[in-house]
Design a protein around this ligand. Structure first.
Ligand code: NAD
Ligand code: DAU
Length: 353
């Protein structure tokens, strides 16, 4: 068996990655370490909870000593997704981003070294490269690092610490950087799930500024396949960009959502722009294609239609997130059960170890 430790597995991309691993790697056992911040939702993984190859440990990446025993045997691979991930929140208060994204990554690197974990994969973002003008070439792996938001700066810092750990301590590290993800289980503070769910509720759709900012949209499943390919076949010390040639303005994405839902464009409201708003991201992924044999497989129209259909079919899921009811799930499904087992309060665990 290959033992995977996934941090942030109760979030959007982490949960999709855990499900992919369990589905496509029969020799995989997966430990999901997640603090369950506002963005962590164990309902994202309710369908795999009973899988004997899956275990959940509640813990903070800043403090592995608190949960290390609960994890048990050291993993073969760490895939580090856990982060504060929302740009707007980083503009309001950068500190949680520095704690989790910078100090948390360093703590995970220290733990990797202490436990002798063979491979550490850092899940990074295109935002570390900053912004592009309309005619600029796409980002490549050696584009300058020019982050513009506190979130992007914290992720760039994390990437640099990963590089330093590899150079200094000889850790086998791989960094992936991906463009904007969309798909099932995305927290409805991000553009697409916010627009889809607001439109379903006939509520206004807040578009920042002129809405002509460009993002390179990729289906979460394609991103997860890229991370898996990098973890299994990547070269130590390398960076791999993932994108989908999916450049669209925010207005175009919002129009598509409204059309798919049969809702009127009069729901759109142009609101104050985001401070320091990056105008355009676009990822060149020729290196990942060549070195990993990876390619995005989900077309934007197909992926967006399927995503809108998923939110339509999972209204209870997003209504529980929007109302805050999802916060009770851990207490109902895990904490009470663990209390019955006499399990400790910190580094709580469930499932196979
Ligand atoms: P998310 O906000 O949906 O999930 C983050 C998860 O991390 C949550 O489950 C949360 O509980 C957990 N977490 C936060 N702080 C923690 C801590 N201190 N200790 C342990 N767990 C903690 O984020 P996401 O959109 O799924 O992004 C996952 C990763 O992928 C992040 O590193 C992000 O920077 C990166 N990324 C995201 C995108 C995107 O489009 N969403 C694109 C490229 C890269
Ligand atoms: O590019 C990868 C990044 O994509 C990830 O690293 C981040 O974790 C992820 O949050 C995402 O960042 P963005 O800032 O690009 O995503 P967000 O969904 O917040 O916004 C997408 C675009 O839509 C951006 O131009 C801002 C705009 N927007 C966003 C919201 C939430 C709006 O116009 N209105 C909104 O209400």
């Amino acid at each position: 068996m290959t033992r995977w430790l996934v941090t942030g597995g109760a979030g959007f991309i982490g949960a999709n990655f855990v499900r992919l691993l369990l589905r496509e790697r029969q020799d995989a056992e997966v430990v999901n370490v997640d603090l369950l911040t506002y963005a962590g939702n164990l309902e994202n993984l309710s369908d795999v909870e009973g899988d004997p190859r899956y275990a959940f440990v509640r813990g903070d990446v800043i403090d592995p000593a608190a949960w290390s025993d609960a994890v048990g045997r050291a993993p073969d691979v760490i895939v580090h997704f856990a982060a504060e991930s929302h740009v707007d929140r980083s503009i309001d208060d950068a500190h949680p981003f520095l704690c989790t994204n910078v100090l948390g990554t360093q703590s995970m690197l220290d733990w990797t070294r202490k436990k002798g974990v063979p491979t550490f994969v850092q899940v990074g973002t295109d935002e570390v490269y900053g912004t592009l003008g309309p005619d600029d070439a796409k980002f490549v792996e050696n584009s300058p690092i020019r982050p513009n938001s506190p979130y992007a700066a914290s992720k760039a810092s994390a990437d640099l610490l990963v590089r330093a750990a590899a150079e200094t301590h000889g850790l086998r590290t791989i960094i992936t950087r991906c463009s904007n993800n969309y798909g099932p289980y995305q927290f409805p503070e991000k553009l697409l799930p916010l627009m889809i769910t607001n439109a379903m509720e006939d509520r206004p759709l807040p578009v920042y500024g002129d809405g002509l900012q460009v993002r390179d949209w990729i289906h979460v499943e394609d991103h997860c396949r890229g991370v898996l390919a990098a973890a299994e076949n990547g070269t130590a010390g390398e960076v791999y960009n993932f994108g989908a040639d999916g450049e669209q303005t925010n207005m175009s994405m919002v129009h598509r959502v409204l059309d798919l839902l049969g809702k009127p464009r009069s729901l759109i409201r142009h609101v104050e722009d985001r401070k320091g708003h990056d105008r355009r991201y676009a990822m060149g992924f020729a290196y990942a294609r060549e070195a990993l044999g990876w390619e995005p497989q989900v077309g934007l129209h197909e992926g967006l239609s399927a995503t809108v259909a998923w939110y339509r079919a999972h209204e209870e899921w997003w209504r529980r997130v929007k109302s805050g009811a999802y916060r009770d799930y851990y207490d109902l499904m895990y904490a009470a059960r663990l209390a019955g087992d006499g399990a400790p309060g910190d580094g709580e665990h469930s499932g196979a170890r």
